[in-house]
Design a protein around this ligand. Structure first.
Ligand code: ZN
Length: 242
């Protein structure tokens, strides 16, 4: 079965069926058509030139998405030909450091696991930021889903990856303000006031676009920076206001 599908999917004419199962002599389903169909369906911004988002991590999908086998080929080979088991994702999610061939069940039980098609995690996660540990937090919107959230995090290392993205973006925004401050100093203009820093952060929050990669992490970053305590810390970190 695997040999039949792999040979067919990767051929120019594809396997002799349409996606809905209708047999055809020509113009059957190809691997490329499957991936393109998935990308078109999950495109958050319909503009073909817009950045695409990985459905697992919310990061950039990248130029060449990889097709993950949700249940690894080595586990149940037959599922490698089942479309509900195939998931185009970013290369980072599919790497051996993250999902790789890890199990997505507990000894055959799927009760504490999300499934990309049949029990999606979309909308079931709540992100935040813990100032003490300086890490992005990820909890279940509903208590009953917490074991699923923990398993998903273990599978994809989402908290670690989202914390890195949070800090990357934080540094970028620091640098923007620092550059603006330097330009003001060079031009002999007054330095930024606290109100101007606040205005910058509010504008950054208002400019967030849901269809762009890492929207949720950047939302958390904006909310964290706008907290009074964090805002005060910015004054010191940026040395913006005398
Ligand atoms: Zn991903």
């Amino acid at each position: 079965m695997q040999a039949f599908y792999k040979k067919g999917l990767n051929s120019a004419s594809g396997i002799p069926y349409l996606p809905n199962g209708t047999p055809v002599a020509d113009g059957g389903l190809t691997y490329l058509a499957f991936v393109q169909g998935f990308r078109d369906t999950h495109r958050l911004n319909p503009d073909p030139n817009a950045r695409e988002v990985c459905v697992l991590c919310g990061g950039p999908l990248g130029e060449s998405p990889e097709v993950d086998h949700w249940i690894a080929q080595s586990g149940v080979p037959l599922f490698s030909v089942c479309s509900d088991n195939l998931l185009p994702t970013c290369g980072t999610c599919n790497s051996t450091t993250n999902k790789g061939e890890k199990d997505v069940h507990d000894g055959g039980s799927f009760a504490n696991w999300f499934h990309p098609y049949l029990r999606a995690a979309n909308g079931a996660l709540t992100l935040g930021y813990d100032l003490l540990s300086r890490r992005v937090t990820c909890t279940a919107a509903q208590e009953i889903d917490q074991p699923k959230v923990e398993n998903l995090n273990h599978l994809l290392n989402l908290r670690d990856r989202w914390t890195r993205e949070f800090k990357n973006e934080y540094v970028d925004q620091q640098n923007v303000l620092r550059r603006r401050e330097q330009i003001r100093i060079q031009n002999g203009q007054p330095r930024h006031t606290q109100a101007e820093v606040l205005q910058y952060l509010r504008q950054m929050q208002a400019d967030l676009v849901p269809s762009k990669p890492h929207y949720e992490v950047h939302q958390v970053l904006c909310a964290t920076m706008l907290e009074t305590a964090r805002l005060a810390a910015w004054q010191t970190e940026l040395d913006l206001v005398q």
